[in-house]
Design a protein around this ligand. Structure first.
Ligand code: FAD
Length: 396
């Protein structure tokens, strides 16, 4: 085999996390980034990797601020729906909390973009950047530690790098090769997603409804459509997935329990995702870092997974900006330490909020209702909560 070619940074995984990191690193002056993805990235511009499937992503205002630095907000918003209001409630109980963009003095609380469009925008930006070399479809065979970096073996050649990034998803092979164990917590629940047609406009309201069976979210999309994320036990989701379309829309109307959206008129393809929460036991070792779903995958209850990842990646790229040795563990540890509190808070919250809302009786049920009422009545508390949920809190 010929002499390995060298790249300062190699990212394995061309999903949301890998692509976003490549663009952020370049924005912060990294001279060269190589991105290796296992599957064909796109066909006629349409992304094909698993990140960019039929789902939609609620991007927080903080994520939009990060993407703005890359010049991606205008193309994203060309096919995204603004979130002007977030409404959180528990079906069959008093009290709900509303966050309103105008009250938070924000143009919008966030925006919802279909993953296929998000993928297209990220891929177009990566293709336009001469400093990003994309190798796909390509399977990494193995990685080997060198004194000052890693050697990455592909079927037809070898590459070396100062910094190796594992962005290859929850079942990351790279994380395994780095010797970093991960904890996988199977919640026994699935998320079912589909796009739903409405009989009247959604008015930019994102609904988060806590049912006895688990949370249900309806997020505004372009046109009179909403993105549904319905979570419940696998048996419950089996039943919902098997329903004919009309029966499914009736079941959704009953579960949502409000008439404010009018009738649900039609729906797109249903897809489901097992809710297995992954947590890597370390995110940095000498010359390597683990990001995105490979580092932490969350319950989609509040749509925080990619938002949390973007905050991670923005700080990682900022920390490495202008540094000649991006693999230096003390530098990587500085990044990991600075991200610990936000990561812990968001992953704990997305783990416990669905549980808390499932409790029907006893002190928790009461506290939860008080919490929702307090949030609705006390603007200061609501603003603090909104700032954190929108990724705008201090230090994020
Ligand atoms: C139902 C649902 C709804 C969600 N909604 C939201 C939301 O509204 N807002 C939000 O912020 N987040 C949301 N999320 C979370 C978000 O989808 C994840 O944070 C995001 O997909 C993580 O992307 P990733 O690139 O880390 O991983 P992945 O999407 O898993 O991508 C990993 C990539 O690595 C590639 N790969 C794997 N192995 C190899 C290999 N050996 N070599 C090369 N490449 C490899 C894969 O092909 C893939 O392209 C949601 C998640 C779910 C399940």
């Amino acid at each position: 085999m010929s002499t390995p070619s060298h790249s300062p940074v190699i990212i394995v995984g061309g999903g949301m996390a890998g692509l976003a990191l490549a663009l952020l690193l370049r924005h912060h002056g990294q001279p060269g980034v190589t991105l290796i993805e296992a599957v064909t990235l796109a066909d006629n511009g349409d992304p094909l990797t698993p990140s960019f499937d039929a789902r939609s992503t609620a991007l927080s205002a903080g994520s939009l601020n990060i993407l703005e630095r890359l010049g991606l907000v205008a193309p994203l918003l060309a096919q995204a729906a603004a979130i002007d209001i977030v409404d959180v409630s528990r079906r069959g109980r008093l009290g709900h909390a509303r966050m309103v963009a105008a009250e938070e003095k924000l143009p919008r609380l966030g925006a919802v973009v279909e993953n296929r469009w998000l993928g297209r925008v990220l891929l177009d930006a990566a293709a336009a950047d001469q400093g990003i070399e994309v190798i796909a479809p390509m399977q990494v065979q193995s990685v080997r530690r060198l004194t000052s970096g890693y050697q990455v073996a592909l079927p037809d050649r070898e590459l070396t790098c100062d910094l190796l990034v594992a962005a290859d998803g929850a079942h990351s092979r790279v994380r395994e090769w780095l010797g970093i164990p991960a904890h996988h917590d199977d919640t026994g629940h699935d998320a079912l997603i589909a796009n739903i047609g409405l009989s009247r406009p959604h008015q930019g309201i994102a609904w988060e409804r806590f049912l006895d069976t688990g949370p249900l979210a309806l997020l505004p999309l372009t046109g009179e459509r909403m993105a549904l994320v319905w979570t419940g036990t696998r048996a419950h989701i089996d039943r919902l997935a098997a329903l004919p379309q009309d029966a499914f829309l009736d079941a959704l109307h009953d579960a949502f329990g409000e008439d404010r959206l009018g009738a649900f008129t039609h729906m797109g393809e249903r897809q489901r995702y097992p809710l297995v929460l992954t947590h890597a036991s370390a995110q940095a070792v000498p010359h390597a870092v683990v990001v995105g779903n490979a580092a932490h995958s969350l319950h989609p209850v509040a749509g925080q997974g990619f938002n949390l990842t973007l905050r991670d990646l923005a700080l990682l790229a900022h920390t490495l900006g202008g540094i000649n040795a991006p693999g230096d563990l003390s530098v990587l540890n500085r990044y990991v330490t600075a991200r610990t509190a936000d990561q812990a808070l968001v992953s704990q919250a997305s783990r416990w909020v669905p549980e808390l809302f499932r409790v029907r009786f006893g002190p928790f049920a009461h506290t939860r209702q008080l919490g929702l009422v307090a949030l609705d009545l006390w603007p200061g508390l609501r603003s603090a909560f909104a700032a954190r949920a929108m990724g705008l809190a201090h230090g994020q």
